[in-house]
Design a protein around this ligand. Structure first.
Ligand SMILES: Nc1nc2c(ncn2[C@@H]2O[C@H](COP(=O)(O)OP(=O)(O)OP(=O)(O)O)[C@@H](O)[C@H]2O)c(=O)[nH]1
Ligand SMILES: [Mg+2]
Length: 395
């Protein structure tokens, strides 16, 4: 009796790649004596490019190709794909690969080999001998950074590759994984490192096998590197809090309030810029604190506009062009600027120019005037930009 290895191929608009990938996966069978390959294509319901039609044709031509339609998200594709295989195909090994031809399917032979050697989890890796990462500099930096951060914060230290999907595992291990804790329904690639983490908590014995990752054959990337970075950082913090016995669902919460977190970070950077110029205007141009605050606040406004437009609210669809947005941003931020100037003016008039001497250092009063403006101005800025400048106008 041949043993079955099921290979899940998650797809989201992969019409140009799916046929070729399936063909290449089946080609591996000759190098897997004793095994029969079954493919499960888990196509995202948002796929609109005809992937479904091509995949369905493939299922007609080959009974060992299976097709399911799944809710949005890479994690949903992978998990539902494995669940389908377990329910319908009696697999001895569960495997998964990208469907875009980036990874040569011959990695399947090495993944299956590791499971045959007794490991319960095999990880395709660009970082072991024979592995290669042929992506752009930014992508390589991300892969490396994510891996380092994951190993330090979450561990184990000896896993080198945490952010790709080429893996194989035993059904027994899959069933032990706590899907309640795994954020597999989130629309992000975080399922890649998170799945590893949960598998290890479930007692996985693992081995990395070499993998060459090149640029995708056709189609476009669904990987949003900046969002993914954010998710990796918050997931790792969450996991290390868990290790300390603190269960606050940090990952989920920070995902829900992501816009606010980004906006606050921009606000923080803007405040540094504001403060820097405030001090320059006071100390080098000898302007009054209130006037310095007026100029420095305007510089910070430009800084914040650029960061918010190209980062915080990048994916918002608005009907206004960039100059209109900049105009509105300035107009509403002017409220914040005015609040800041008035607070500084009031405090300066009340307390004048003086110094305090904490720890033997002298600190000018005008520093405190500046910091007193931060909370009210931030509150004003967030509310007004949330409600006006970047209001979603998709309809
Ligand atoms: N079902 C499903 N599949 C997805 C989703 N996002 C990505 N995929 C598939 O998962 C695989 C990996 O996605 P890619 O967009 O190639 O991500 P990547 O390989 O990190 O990025 P590139 O290097 O630019 O290709 C591909 O086969 C995609 O079609 C999704 O939301 N749902
Ligand atoms: Mg890809």
């Amino acid at each position: 009796m041949l043993k079955i290895v099921s290979v899940v191929l998650p797809t989201y608009n992969e019409k140009a790649n799916i046929e070729k990938t399936v063909e290449k996966v089946f080609e591996q069978e000759k190098n897997l004596p004793g095994f029969e390959i079954n493919v499960v294509i888990a196509d995202d319901i948002r796929s609109s490019d005809g992937t479904e039609q091509i995949a369905k044709e493939l299922t007609k031509k080959n009974k060992r190709v299976h097709f399911i339609k799944v809710e949005p998200g890479l994690g949903v594709g992978l998990i539902k794909g494995h669940q389908y295989a377990l329910d319908n195909l009696h697999p001895s090994i569960l495997a998964q690969l990208d469907a875009d031809g980036q990874v040569e399917p011959d990695v399947l032979v090495r993944l299956v080999g590791a499971i045959e050697d007794g490991y319960s989890l095999a990880i395709g890796s660009r970082f072991v001998s024979g592995g290669k990462n042929k992506l752009s500099f930014i992508r390589r930096l991300f892969t490396y950074g994510a891996s380092a951060f994951f190993r330090i914060m979450v561990g184990p230290c000896d896993i080198k590759e945490v952010t790709n999907s080429a893996r194989a595992l035993t059904p027994a291990l899959f069933k032990k994984i706590n899907l309640e804790k795994l954020p597999w329904r989130e629309q992000t690639f975080i399922v890649q490192p998170a799945f590893l983490h949960e598998a290890i908590l479930a007692g996985a014995t693992y081995k990395e096998v070499p993998l060459v990752f090149k640029n995708r054959l056709e189609g476009y990337s669904k990987n949003k590197v900046f969002n993914y970075t954010y998710d990796v950082i918050t997931y790792c913090i969450d996991a290390s809090l868990n290790k300390l016995g603190i269960h606050v669902r940090f990952f989920y919460i920070t995902r829900r309030i992501k816009t606010l977190v980004k906006f606050s970070l921009v606000g923080f950077v803007g405040t540094m810029v504001d403060f820097l110029f405030y001090k320059i205007f006071i100390n080098f141009f000898l302007l009054t604190p209130a006037m310095s605050k007026g100029f420095s606040a305007e510089i910070a406004i430009v800084n914040n506009f650029i960061l918010n437009n190209y980062w915080t609210f990048r994916y918002r669809k608005t009907k206004t062009n960039i100059w209109q947005k900049f105009g509105i941003f300035n107009l509403v931020s002017f409220g914040g600027l005015l609040i800041g100037v008035l607070i500084v003016k009031f405090l300066h008039m009340t307390y004048g120019d003086g110094f305090v001497y904490p720890f033997g250092r002298h600190v000018a009063y005008n520093n405190f005037y500046f910091f007193a403006t931060i909370p009210p101005v931030m509150l004003w800025n967030f509310l007004i930009n949330h409600l006006v400048t970047w209001r979603n106008q998709e309809d």
